[in-house]
Structure formats: C-alpha cells, structure tokens
Design a protein around this ligand. Sequence first.
Ligand code: KG4
Ligand code: ZN
Length: 338
Amino acid sequence: MLVLGIETSCDETSVAVVKDGKKVLANQVSSSLNLHKKHGGVIPEIASRMQLETIASVGEAAIIKAGIKLKDIDLVSVTNHPGLLGSLLVGVSFAKSVALSLNCPLLGVDHIHSHFYANFLDAKGVELPFVALVVSGGHTSLFYVKDFDKISILGETQDDACGEAFDKVAKILGLGYPGGPHIEKLARQGDPRKIKFACSGTKGEFDFSFSGIKTAVLYYVNNRRLATGLPRAKSMGEQQLKSDIAASFQETVIDTLIRKSFLACKTTKTNRLVIGGGVVANGRLREKFLASGNTEGINCYFPPVSLCIDNAAMIAGFGYQLFKKGFRSNLSLNALPS
Ligand code: KG4
Ligand code: ZN
C-alpha cells in the first residue's frame, strides 16, 4: 500500500511516499528556516506563505523520486494537529485536493505521535508496548503506547518545550537559531559538572519544566557580566565559561529526560523506550541514553538523525498504521493548532 504523507506543521514543507508503513520511497523536505534565522524564531506568516508557494513542487518531486505515478497512491495522510494554524491549513487543503482528485481515502494524523513512529521507518521496529519520549522544539511528552491507536499520555512539559529551552539558552549565549546544534557544539569544549543547574520540580512525576533552568542560565550569565542578548567572547576565559554553561545546561536537561523516561518505563513495567523529535539529533543525548539504558536494562531506540526533524515520511508511516486499524477522515477534516 502506497501512502502519500504531507507535513506542514511548522517551518518545513515535506511530502513523502512510504510503502506499507515502513519503506521510504521518497521523503522531500524543504525548509524556510533561513528566512526565520534573523528573527531568532519561526515567524508563522513567513512559514505559511513559503509552504503555499512550495507544496505543489515538493509533492511533485516526491512522486518523481519514488518512481511512481500519482494515481498509484492508496491513501493521503496529513498532519492536522498540533502546529501553526496557517501552516497546517496549507497541508490539510493540499491533502484534501489530492485525495479528492484521486478519489482515495484521507487521514489526518497527530504530529507528536508521528515523531516516535520515525523509529519504525526503514527499520525492524520495536515490539509493543513501549514508552515513547518526544522532545522537539514545540513539545516534550511521555506516552505509554499499547498500540498505535492506544496511546496514553503520561506527562508533558508544563511550560517551555525542551528544544525551545535549547533555543532560548542559545540566544542568551549569543548563538544562532535554532539553538540545539550550537549548544551541542559549544558543549563539547565545556565541563558539564562545572555549574550546578537544575530543572524545576513538577507536580506530576512524568511532567517536565524547562523554563526555570533557562532563567537560571540567564541570571548566571547576567551575574558574570556577560552581556545578555548578543555577547561576544572577548577572551579564552569567557569562551570557556560559555562552553561550561552550554555543557552544564545540556547535561542537566539530558539527565532529567533520562530520569523521568526511565521512571516511566519502570512504572509501566516495560524495558523499551522509543525516542523521537528534533532534540534527539543531539549526540550527547543519544550517548547518555544508551549508556544509562545499558546500566538499567532499558533498550533505547532513536530514528536516524534525518528522520528526527519534521518530515512527511513519519506522517505517511503512522497514517498507514491507523488506516489499517480502520481510522478515516473526510473532507471536513480541519487544522487543529493545539
Ligand atoms: O522536531 P523539530 O524539527 O520541530 C518541532 O516539531 O518542534 O525540532 C526542532 C527543535 C529545535 O528547538 C532545535 O533547537 C532542536 O530541535 N534541535 C536540537 C538539536 N538539533 C535540533 N536540540 C539539541 N541538540 C541538537 N543537536
Ligand atoms: Zn516536530
């Protein structure tokens, strides 16, 4: 079964063709990131305008790359929540018109659930049930996945998303957007034990809070008279301090993610932890999850880095699984931003 996946929830415009929920025949991704960089964050109006301009050509490229004809498509699967309203509407409208013209079924799927599904693409997959952790720029959630249509939320962030915290701390340190890769690079030269940062406690044991640690970094930087906003390291000393801040922040965040998700595994009595989302591109995160997993008997799974960021292959694959379980949408499908 050939599924056309469509993803436009944030700054990416992506169209993919996936066979039987696993084999990625094409996964075209076009990003408007360069247009947002100077603003230090995604500007919704710019994102949706670019998506409107590019979606048809990205779709055409996906069909050509997959080596199929558009009429071969058996299902159109599209992200319809959560995300930026204008961006989601571009994908949903495009998906409806393709499904209508092909007279084939349409299915709206959840972007966050699809992130962990990336682990099942071009891979053996993971036995059910499992605990899933999704850490991206907009979300941080822990799920218990009994089956692809039986997903219960165990906890989520109460304030900033994990990737958002990386982006904000990068801004405080005068680094570029998106901040995650910059923090990771700087942290390689830093001492992760140098500064004692902590993530705030939460009422729910599986919930997260990242806005407190971001503020702690801001105060730390202010107190050390590194100018906030756009500081430039003037000496090796300052440069080393910035690296230590990046490393200490990153280590604390990763340790918190490990502690909470391992606790979720123990509480639900599963030793399988499936992780997805943009932050999972972080090498230190992967290394630490694997090392702690070895010690504690928890098997951790990550998608390849190319499938961590927003992409339509995960939307096509997850849509296939739900379609097999009988889920369908119709032409009244709407975009649900949250
Ligand atoms: O999943 P994603 O592409 O978009 C959303 O659905 O939000 O995630 C983007 C987020 C950004 O906040 C970015 O800073 C973060 O993923 N990110 C990273 C790394 N690469 C991307 N965070 C930490 N380390 C990285 N190497
Ligand atoms: Zn995402």
